[in-house]
Write a protein that binds this ligand. Structure first.
Ligand SMILES: C[S@@+](CC[C@H](N)C(=O)[O-])C[C@H]1O[C@@H](n2cnc3c(N)ncnc32)[C@H](O)[C@@H]1O
Length: 289
């Protein structure tokens, strides 16, 4: 069962709603779970189908921390963007794997600190495209744009006309790839994609990553979750701490480095903090020398 997303149209490029041709253009498939819609359900949003809710509840049956993980990931995103804007003056962001708009979108956090901030959002899910106008409501001094694009095709992102119209690649950029890479298997070449994007950024830019991990889980729980990871329902290509260091090969990690994101610069968050095992996520920020 699928439904066209309707009036906006994938080639309506008023502010950059353009397809690179790799994603399933314009078709929202409600017969299989989608990460963006499942995440929206876990965050308490309204944009999801029965398959997404069933998938989320099945994961919650195996891993009760999944809602905590989603909320903590969103908190990490806010803290990382705040750090870049407030401490380093970063006023332009490339946010790949944007997700369905939700309170605390990147431009809202960043423009509250630097109103002239410019943000280019990119996602490969047509449901995110269909809701992307909600991301284009930034400050008059700043600019936000959205492109329908795939992390696995970094050159299409970098070569997109909307990127040059939104970001100035001669000045530092914050590249956000938050809670996305665990949907890419090694066959998707995630290390090459990230390296290609990072190589296009000038010195002083930042890479912000978060990533699901099984490093803190008991083996029985891992087996239960692994059984839910199929090409039909979506893969969970979780990675270890050692594997995540590869994404930061030529970058200087900002303290505390690659850390459980429930504890990453989280002193000001509500206490007590969830445990590493409840959250099962790493977060990290690296700076280009
Ligand atoms: C769990 S959500 C994370 C949303 C947001 N980054 C956050 O952390 O709140 C993952 C998002 O990544 C997107 N995504 C997954 N694979 C992608 C790919 N290959 N290219 C672009 N986006 C992708 C999904 O469509 C979804 O919107």
């Amino acid at each position: 069962m699928s439904a066209p997303f309707g009036a906006t149209g994938i080639h309506d490029s008023g502010r950059g709603l353009v397809s690179d041709g790799r994603a399933e253009d314009g078709i929202i498939d409600s017969s299989v779970p989608h990460p963006a819609r499942r995440y929206d359900y876990l965050l308490g949003g309204k944009t999801h189908y029965a398959v997404d809710r069933e998938s989320a509840e099945a994961i919650a049956g195996a891993f009760p921390g999944i809602r905590t993980a989603a909320l903590e990931n969103r908190r990490f995103l806010r803290r990382a963007v705040t750090l870049l804007a407030r401490e380093y003056g970063i006023d332009q962001f490339l946010d790949i794997g944007t997700g369905i708009p939700s309170p605390g979108n990147t431009h809202e956090v960043a423009q509250a600190i630097i109103p002239s901030t410019r943000v280019l959002y990119a996602d490969n899910d047509p449901v995110v495209l269909a809701h992307s106008r909600a991301l284009l409501d930034g400050t008059p001094q700043g600019r936000t744009a959205y492109i329908h694009a795939d992390l696995r095709a970094p050159d299409a992102v970098l070569g997109h006309p909307e990127l040059a119209a939104t970001l100035d690649l001669s000045r530092p950029v914050g590249l956000l790839i938050v809670a996305v890479l665990h949907f890419l298997t090694d066959d998707d070449k995630p290390y090459d994609a990230v390296a290609r994007l990072v190589a296009a950024l000038p010195p002083g830019s930042f890479l912000v990553l978060s990533h699901g991990t099984w490093d803190f889980m008991p083996p029985a729980m891992i087996e239960q979750i692994r059984a839910l990871s199929t090409p039909q329902t979506g893969v969970f290509a979780t990675r270890t701490h050692a594997e995540l260091t590869r994404f930061f090969a030529d970058l200087h990690l900002v303290p505390p480095g690659i850390a459980p994101l429930n504890r990453w610069r989280a002193d000001d968050e509500p206490q007590p903090r969830p445990t590493d095992a409840e959250t099962a996520f790493y977060g990290a920020v690296g700076r280009l020398p």
